[in-house]
Write a protein that binds this ligand. Structure first.
Ligand SMILES: [Zn+2]
Length: 140
């Protein structure tokens, strides 16, 4: 079976497990692959960073309450969070971005809070089966 370089399609004559014709092709292939991965991660991270910075600003003012519409207008993307948790018997969601959290006070306002240091970040809290129902009832 004729084999060829997966980067430039030149025929390969070396070992059976050879994938590239040259070091240059190998580097080019892996650099390009890494570049695509970085772009993918960066797009998501960019939103998290933007959201985090905006919530940090709200924590600098009193009260720590903001209009969600205004935040969205300035680039806040509500779906970009690092964690979600349910609070209390009515299971209202708490949204987290790393060490900052927020909850909806009503349909238009959020209250932002800084997490305590002893909070377990990877708590494998069991979510109830009606978790998605409660999320849909939350004002967004
Ligand atoms: Zn090649």
């Amino acid at each position: 079976m004729k084999r060829s370089c997966i980067q430039c399609d030149e025929p390969l004559y070396g070992r059976s497990d050879q994938r590239f014709c040259s070091t240059s092709c190998r580097s080019h292939y892996h650099n390009h692959k890494r570049e695509i991965e970085n772009k993918t991660f960066y797009a998501a991270h960019k939103h998290l960073i933007t959201n985090y910075k905006m919530l940090t600003k709200i924590l600098e003012q009193h009260p720590h309450i903001a209009s969600i519409n205004q935040l969205v207008r300035f680039g806040f993307v509500a779906s970009k969070i690092t964690e979600i948790e349910l609070e209390g018997p009515n299971a209202r969601p708490l949204f987290y971005l790393y060490d900052i959290g927020y909850r909806y006070l009503d349909q238009k306002h959020i209250e932002v809070f800084k997490c305590s240091k002893d909070r377990s970040w990877h708590s494998n809290r069991q979510l109830r089966p009606d978790w998605f129902d409660s999320l849909q009832k939350a004002p967004l």
